[in-house]
Design a protein around this ligand. Structure first.
Ligand code: XMP
Length: 493
């Protein structure tokens, strides 16, 4: 019986075991479309999420990644209040509505208006009476009067016919309204009350990131991690505007976690991504409970020791493909999480059925990741640690430990924990935008070779060849001393 179990064990494969086979192709890399529907409500322009880790994803990285078209997942090794603040920072990062509006009353003198405009460096003021907007006055209205020495009241020269907008409209719609009505600024109202002001100039300056991942109000998308049973945190993050709540757990096929997914779903509006898993059975159970997206990866991560400490895991290409087989039938997206080292690995993950990938190591060490740059042996590094490492489990707010169903308590807390990750450093990589340029450039090249014009056709067209140790050796640069490091092929030492 035991020998049968051992002899019949299936083989598990990962990135280095395969290459993608080139197909006859009419597709050129520059014309490839990398858009994905990550869940019913969420569209991304590049299939990339950042790992919910305390050396990777806080608001600064989430903003940078969303501006490139992906989405950051704020880590949870902080209090719920702190995580809510991080979500709010992303949501308001490109806020074009000025909330702190300086206003004036109709009976004020225009000399007062002029003083305010000069002191505050603004060129238009909404006129407010009983909390309602009754007019708008601009520098152009005031200047001629002041020049000719006439001191009038605001209500004598203001424009009373004010075009306002509701705060729910998109920047594009606001721009159309401003052009149609030939106005430079639009007061923003909620239930008739002034809550802000938008100017044409701010809208036009706003869109320097045409590929950015945005919600229907034009705000950057953001995801946030919550523990599998931390309903209060999930609700708080949802209310703060998180677009996805990512249930962040080392073993989401724990049946208590599976059971709680339904409760989470019932209490939040955001999409619910659940992970991590590595089998078809786990996918079936979580889909049955209503998960909107599944995250795959038990132990492939660059700083994970789960497979060594617990002897558990499924090599990542096999895990992704098994989950994708089940998820595709239900239309549920699959995120390949961990183990990706090169852009070619992203292409292989997608070829094996992933809709998107989650990156820890590849985004740690960027300018926008938390932490300082340190110099060792003349080279720049940033720290990177597993959320199951001793440092993350004891050093933060317990968000590392409960991911692994462990608790930090008592004076001997270190000796009571069994880490499943290590702490280290990764080379400094520059800006997220530079890393994404190389990564998505490599993915697009791959799609060109495979003849896939978009992610859906990559799922259909990608073919794999299994390679040997010799094939892997041949794949990497060999028989030369690399003298110039390439931006998409880093050397570690
Ligand atoms: P990469 O390879 O991108 O992996 O660095 C990132 C993913 O690794 C997972 N993760 C861990 N897994 N022990 C583990 O076994 C850990 O301490 C740990 N910390 C993070 C996580 O899924 C992340 O997205």
């Amino acid at each position: 019986m035991f020998s049968e179990k051992v002899n019949n064990a299936p083989k598990g494969y990962t990135f280095d075991d395969f290459l993608l086979v080139p197909n006859a192709s009419w597709v050129e890399a520059k014309n490839v479309n990398t858009k994905i529907q990550l869940s019913k409500k969420i569209k991304l322009n590049i299939p990339v999420l950042s790992a919910a880790m305390d050396t990777v994803s806080e608001s600064e990285l989430a903003i940078a990644l969303a501006q490139e078209g992906g989405i950051g997942v704020i880590h949870r090794n902080m209090t719920s209040e702190m995580e809510v603040e991080e979500v709010k920072k992303v949501k308001s990062a490109e806020e074009i509505t000025i909330r702190d509006v300086v206003t004036i009353t109709p009976d004020s003198d225009i000399t007062t208006v002029q003083d305010i405009m000069e002191n505050e460096s603004i060129s238009g003021l909404p006129v407010i009476e009983d909390d309602k907007i009754v007019g708008i006055i601009s520098k152009r209205d005031v200047k001629p009067m002041i020049r000719s020495g006439v001191n009038k009241k605001v209500n004598e020269i203001m424009t009373s016919d004010v075009v306002t907008i509701e705060e729910t409209i998109s920047p594009e719609e606001a721009l159309d309204i401003a052009y149609e009505n030939k106005v430079e600024r639009l007061p923003v109202v909620r239930e008739g009350k002034l809550v802000g002001i938008v100017t044409i100039r701010d809208i036009l300056n706003h869109d320097n990131h045409p590929n950015a991942a945005r919600d229907k109000h034009g705000k950057l998308l953001v995801a946030a991690a919550a523990g599998p049973f931390d309903l209060d945190r999930a609700i708080a993050l949802d209310e703060a505007g998180a677009d996805i709540i990512s249930i962040d757990c080392a073993h989401a096929h724990n049946m208590n976690v599976v059971k709680f997914v339904e409760t989470m779903k019932d209490n939040i509006d955001a999409e619910l991504c659940v992970g991590n898993i590595a089998t078809a059975e786990a996918a079936e159970d979580l889909i049955a409970q209503g998960a909107d997206a599944l995250k795959v990866g038990i132990g492939p991560g660059s700083m994970c020791t789960t497979r060594i400490v617990a002897g558990v895991g499924v090599p990542q290409i096999t895990a992704i493909s098994q989950v994708a087989d089940v998820a595709k039938d239900s239309g549920i997206p699959v995120i390949g999480d961990g183990g990706l080292r090169y852009s070619g690995d992203v292409a292989k993950a997608i070829g094996a059925g992933a809709d998107a990938v989650m990156l820890g190591n590849l985004l740690a060490g960027t300018y926008e990741s938390p932490g300082d740059v340190v110099v060792m042996n003349g080279r720049k590094y940033k720290t990177y640690r597993g959320m199951g490492s001793m440092g993350a489990m004891t050093g933060g707010f317990g968000g590392g430990a409960d991911r692994y169903f462990q608790e930090v308590k008592g004076p001997m807390k270190h000796s009571k924990l069994v880490p499943e990750g290590v702490e280290g450093a990764v080379p400094y990589k520059g800006k997220v935008s530079e890393v994404m340029f190389q990564l998505i450039g490599g993915l697009k090249a791959s799609m060109g070779y495979c003849g896939a014009k978009d992610i859906k056709s990559m799922h259909e067209k990608a073919r794999f060849v299994q390679i040997t140790a010799g094939g892997l050796k041949e794949s990497h640069p060999h028989d030369l001393l690399i003298t110039n490091e390439s931006p998409n092929y880093p050397l570690l030492e």
